[in-house]
Design a protein around this ligand. Structure first.
Ligand code: APR
Length: 244
């Protein structure tokens, strides 16, 4: 509990705090993470989330994303998402930068969210960028047995998420926020994927506070001011109590 009290003090002293979240905040909403004990990359090749796989086997790519969509579509925010929304409401954090594509922060009521890797609710044409709901694309895949195509130009549709081998378009905005922050609360990320993991590094590198709430060790643990190895929902609920 003393670690939680320390986080509460850090948040009170900071002027511009942000949360940086990864798949670990959504496992308690029954969405698997990638590198945790039951992670997706222990069952599937990460290449299935890459640009080259989309180009090589669009049907196999869409089958993988249909499975991911189905695990996300019915998910509800958990106490961890709710706690971060509450921290924003009370003015303790300005914004969330998330690597997650499940939209659960927004569903939980968070207003300022940067979805670094996009979100799976929408898909877009790979040629002309016209958007369609991903559920419609999956229904077309299931009906026709072929990867969904654009109604406007016939190009291949793809989920509006950042694939491996693609640029993270929102990275400039995230860096701009990180440069103006003096505290970064990392929740549920292995901090192993770049450029996203630059966000907490930049905040710490310019003298800000770094807090890591994660079940497994991360490469930034030894630079963190506080590290708590416990469930995000448990720690964040205690943090709200400590700030009340
Ligand atoms: N509470 C706290 N931590 C948790 C919980 C939980 N309930 N459940 C899992 N974790 C931790 C795991 O121990 C793991 O270290 O969350 C971390 C999740 O790490 P990853 O699975 O690597 O997820 P993430 O950091 O978001 O991955 C970054 O990699 O595959 C790409 O695009 C994908 O956005 C993703 C990126």
């Amino acid at each position: 509990m003393e670690h939680v009290v320390k986080i509460a003090e850090i948040l009170r002293d900071a002027t511009h705090s942000i949360a940086f979240t990864g798949a670990g905040i959504s496992t308690e909403s029954n969405i698997p993470d990638f590198r945790g004990s039951q992670g997706l990359w222990k069952k599937f090749d990460p290449r299935m989330a890459s640009r080259s796989y989309f180009e090589e086997d669009p049907k196999g790519f869409w089958s993988f994303y249909a499975m991911r969509y189905n695990s996300i579509a019915g998910a509800e925010p958990n106490d961890g998402h709710a706690a971060l929304a509450e921290l924003e409401r009370r003015g303790y954090i300005d914004l969330i930068i998330t690597q997650n594509i499940d939209t659960l922060h927004t569903k939980a009521g968070s207003k300022s969210v940067i979805e670094l890797h996009g979100n799976i609710i929408w898909s877009r044409c790979d040629l002309c960028s016209v958007e369609r709901r991903t559920i419609e694309c999956i229904e077309e895949l299931e009906r026709s047995g072929r990867p969904p195509t654009c109604k406007s130009c016939g190009g291949l549709m793809r989920p509006s998420v950042v694939l491996f081998e693609e640029p993270v378009r929102l990275m400039e905005a995230a860096m701009d926020v990180a440069c103006r922050s003096d505290c970064c609360l990392v929740v549920g990320s292995s901090l192993t994927v770049y450029p996203a993991a630059l966000v907490p590094e930049v905040v710490k590198g310019q003298g800000g506070a770094l807090v890591i709430i994660n079940m497994d060790p991360t490469p930034l643990d030894d630079r963190a001011d506080v590290v708590i190895r416990d469930k995000a929902s448990v720690v964040l609920k205690k943090l709200i109590e400590a700030l009340s």
